[in-house]
Design a protein around this ligand. Structure first.
Ligand SMILES: [Zn+2]
Length: 141
């Protein structure tokens, strides 16, 4: 499981978010983390993942967490509304390498169910795929 914490860029204190990963990413997609209560400096959001991206650590700075402008909802089992939250999260290693991580959840009522097997690609690979999508789009009339 992923663990997430706020990390003060000045005094280097770590603060566990005490939230579920979904809530942490959702909040981060809406507003920047509050300043460090100890020194008032900016805090970054970090996640520790249970998979490694290349050599070294498994602690990543969350550069951005994005959701599509319009979310898809439908009626699931028992006529409950289900909403799909496909995140695009840009992660950065301590070495400055960026990855595009795409965890997703299905939210029913107050329950957020985590879709496993989220894809995580190095940014250049992700951009290569997106560029190919753009190439295949029909020219605007
Ligand atoms: Zn601080």
């Amino acid at each position: 499981m992923a663990a997430q914490f706020f990390y003060c860029i000045q005094c280097h204190k770590k603060y566990p978010t005490h939230q579920k990963l979904f809530d942490t990413l959702y909040n981060f997609s809406k507003t920047a983390p509050e300043a460090c209560p100890a020194c008032g400096a900016t805090r970054d959001l970090h996640v520790s993942l249970d998979f490694q991206l290349g050599a070294g650590d498994s602690d990543y700075k969350v550069v951005s967490a994005l959701l599509p402008d319009k979310l898809e909802s439908w009626l699931g089992e028992e006529e409950e509304e289900v909403t799909f939250y496909p995140f695009l999260v840009v992660l950065e290693t301590s070495g400055g390498k960026q990855f595009c991580w795409m965890p997703y959840w299905h939210v029913t009522g107050r329950e957020a169910r985590y879709g496993q097997h989220a894809v995580c690609l190095e940014q250049r690979q992700f951009e290569s795929l997106m560029a190919q999508v753009q190439e295949k789009l029909p020219e605007p009339a």
